[in-house]
Design a protein around this ligand. Structure first.
Ligand SMILES: Cc1cc2nc3c(=O)[nH]c(=O)nc-3n(C[C@H](O)[C@H](O)[C@H](O)COP(=O)(O)OP(=O)(O)OC[C@H]3O[C@@H](n4cnc5c(N)ncnc54)[C@H](O)[C@@H]3O)c2cc1C
Length: 286
């Protein structure tokens, strides 16, 4: 396995590479993972990304959408995107079949601070489709397991049928990830936790808070409450990271669509240290 060591450079940020859909996995209602390959062999060889980064998916005649990369950064040549149908681009993508091609430019944006987490425990807190941008981080932590202490996933969904990548949890557990799930509304068959994901953080042991890192992605209100719980567990504010989402067009800090106070989500984010955006969380985007 190749380990991701250095940030990826985009040579021409406007250049869309052609990608082909190799297969599609239906995850939950309205959400599918597209397994892609580059049409051009040189691009397949040279493309790399860091966990937490995103691509702009370009469907000719329809438009572009920012979508996080959800695959293992060490798997050279293939790329996954997990997409929820939201509007024009994602709706059109849902109508495309295996073998179809479209454009992709990237990777863009900042990444999860994997190296900064070394030597301590890691808590990944996420909900619903927020697990997609954290899946590459999970692979990276597990690929480099010996560098970290306990690695815990706290994952919440509206109901038991709303969880992504369920077929991988046993493997993640075997490789050293402590997987904890919870749902807002249970069903008869559900034997697990019921309640919001922050309750799992409130209850879990945090033996060495100063060396514990929290990586969080979900609705902004959920990230705000997660940060509050983490601070309550004495985890320092500079060890809490969130991934932001804002409408964006150019992805390189020119158009201003994704501006969040002084921060451009596309180039300063999407992954940002909590203390740098705390005052802006819960402010509606437009
Ligand atoms: C960094 C980043 C990473 C992301 N990662 C993912 C990911 O991994 N997976 C994923 O599914 N999504 C992800 N998103 C979200 C995704 O980019 C948006 O959902 C995107 O808008 C989808 O594009 P679209 O063309 O399908 O939707 P759009 O057509 O842009 O519509 C999006 C929403 O806006 C509404 N809307 C559209 N036009 C109008 C209008 N004129 N007036 C009012 N409302 C309108 C639509 O009803 C819909 O609710 C990410 C976003 C960012 C910024």
């Amino acid at each position: 396995m190749r380990t991701v060591a250095c940030p990826s450079q985009v040579v021409d940020p406007w250049l869309a590479h052609t990608v082909r859909i190799v297969s599609i996995t239906d995850e939950v209602e309205g959400v599918a993972t597209y397994h892609l390959e580059f049409a051009d062999a040189d691009t397949a060889d040279s493309y790399s990304f860091l966990p937490g980064q995103f691509n702009m998916l370009y469907l000719p005649g329809v438009g572009e959408a920012a979508i996080s990369i959800s695959s293992d950064p060490s798997a050279q040549g293939t790329l996954d995107h997990t997409v929820r149908i939201a509007g024009n681009v994602t709706g059109e993508l849902a109508r495309t079949d295996v073998g179809s091609t479209f454009g992709l430019r990237g990777p863009f944006g900042s990444s999860w601070p994997i190296d900064d987490c070394a030597g301590g425990d890691v808590v990944i807190v996420t909900g619903g489709i927020g697990l997609a941008p954290l899946r590459p981080a999970i692979y990276e932590f597990l690929n480099r397991k010996s560098e970290f202490g306990h690695i815990t996933l706290l994952y919440g969904a509206r109901n038991p049928f709303g969880m992504l990548y369920t077929s991988e949890y046993d493997d993640w557990q075997l490789r050293g990830l402590n997987v904890n799930t919870t749902v807002d509304r249970s069903s008869q068959a559900w034997q697990g936790n019921v309640g919001v994901v922050t309750q799992l953080l409130d209850r879990m042991p945090v033996p060495d808070p100063k060396k514990t890192s929290v990586l969080c992605c979900g609705p902004e209100v959920m990230m705000w409450y997660t940060a509050r719980s983490a601070l309550g567990r004495r985890i320092p504010k500079d060890r809490i990271w969130v991934s932001l989402e804002r409408n964006m067009n150019c992805a390189i800090g020119l158009c201003g669509h994704c501006q969040f106070g002084p921060t451009f989500v596309c180039k300063d984010g999407p992954v940002i240290r909590y203390d740098r955006v705390a005052s802006l969380l819960k402010v509606e985007g437009f």
